[in-house]
Design a protein around this ligand. Structure first.
Ligand SMILES: Cc1ncc(COP(=O)(O)O)c(C=O)c1O
Length: 228
C-alpha cells in the first residue's frame, strides 16, 4: 500500500453502464485511503454538476473526497474546459504546475462561472433529481418486457440492461445494438457503446419535460418491438 499514491473512481460508473456502488463500498474505500495516506479522488467529469441529482455524485455516499476532477458540463456545453478541485492539503501550498496550450482560456472560464451561477440560480441539480426520478419510475415498468434486465439510475443518468435471459440477466449485446438503431430510426439517440448491453438515458439537464417524455416513448416503442 505504500507504493499507491491514490485511488480514483467514478462515484457512479456511468460509462461502464450506470453502476451505483453500495454506500459502504465507497465509505470503505475512503477509510482505506485514510489508513494508508492515499489520495481519495472522485472523477466527477460525468457525474458532477448535477447529473445524478446532486451537485456532485459523491454526495450520495456521505464521504468527502480529497480531489475532484471535473469537465464536460463545466463549459456549459459550449467551451472545452476541465478542472481539478481539492482542499489545501491535497493541492499543496505551492503552485501546481500543469500547463496546456489553451489552459485557463478566459472565454472558457467565463462560460464555466456563468454555468455554475445558472445551475445554482435555477436549481439544476434538483431539477435533475425530479425529472430523473419521474423518468426512472417509468423506466422501471420496462422491467416487465422480456429483453429488459435491471434498470437503474440516479438523477438524469439512467441505464437499461438488455438481456437474453431475465433470470440469469445474461447480456444481449446484439439485441441492444438492434434496439439502439431502432431508437435512432424513431428519432431518439440513447447513449450506447458498441459491444455493451446497456442503453443509457442522459439528456441535457435542461431538457423540456414533454421532450423527455417523447424520447422515453420512442425508447419504449423500440424495446417493445424486440420483446416477446
Ligand atoms: C468519467 C470520465 N472521466 C474522464 C473523462 C475524460 O474527460 P476529458 O475528455 O474532458 O478529458 C471522461 C470522458 O468521457 C469521462 O466520461
Amino acid at each position: 500500500p505504500d507504493r499507491i499514491a491514490g485511488v480514483i473512481f467514478e462515484p457512479v460508473a456511468l460509462e461502464a453502464g450506470v453502476w451505483i456502488p453500495p454506500a459502504n463500498f465507497v465509505r470503505g474505500l475512503r477509510k482505506l485511503a485514510d489508513t494508508h495516506g492515499w489520495f481519495f479522488i472522485a472523477d466527477e467529469v460525468e457525474t458532477g454538476l448535477g447529473r445524478t441529482g446532486t451537485m456532485w455524485g459523491i454526495e450520495h455516499f456521505g464521504v468527502a473526497p480529497d480531489l475532484i476532477s471535473i469537465g464536460k458540463a463545466l463549459g456549459g456545453g459550449l467551451m472545452p474546459l476541465g478542472a481539478v478541485l481539492g482542499d489545501e492539503r491535497s493541492m499543496g501550498t505551492h503552485d501546481v504546475i500543469a500547463g496546456t496550450t489553451f489552459g485557463g482560456h478566459p472565454a472558457a472560464c467565463v462560460a464555466a462561472t456563468v454555468t455554475i451561477d445558472i445551475m445554482q440560480r435555477d436549481r439544476i441539480p434538483e431539477r435533475s433529481a425530479r425529472l430523473g426520478g419521474k423518468a426512472l419510475r417509468r423506466v422501471k415498468e420496462w422491467e416487465d418486457l422480456s429483453i429488459v434486465g435491471e434498470t437503474r439510475g440516479l438523477g438524469l443518468a439512467i441505464g437499461v440492461e438488455i438481456v437474453s435471459d431475465k433470470r440469469t440477466k445474461a447480456r444481449d449485446n446484439d439485441v441492444a445494438r438492434e434496439v439502439f438503431f431502432d431508437c435512432v430510426r424513431g428519432g431518439v439517440i440513447p447513449l450506447y457503446d458498441y459491444e455493451m448491453n446497456v442503453l443509457r438515458i442522459q439528456p441535457p439537464l435542461t431538457i423540456e419535460e414533454p421532450l423527455l417524455d417523447k424520447a422515453l416513448d420512442g425508447m419504449e416503442t423500440a424495446l417493445r418491438k424486440h420483446s416477446r
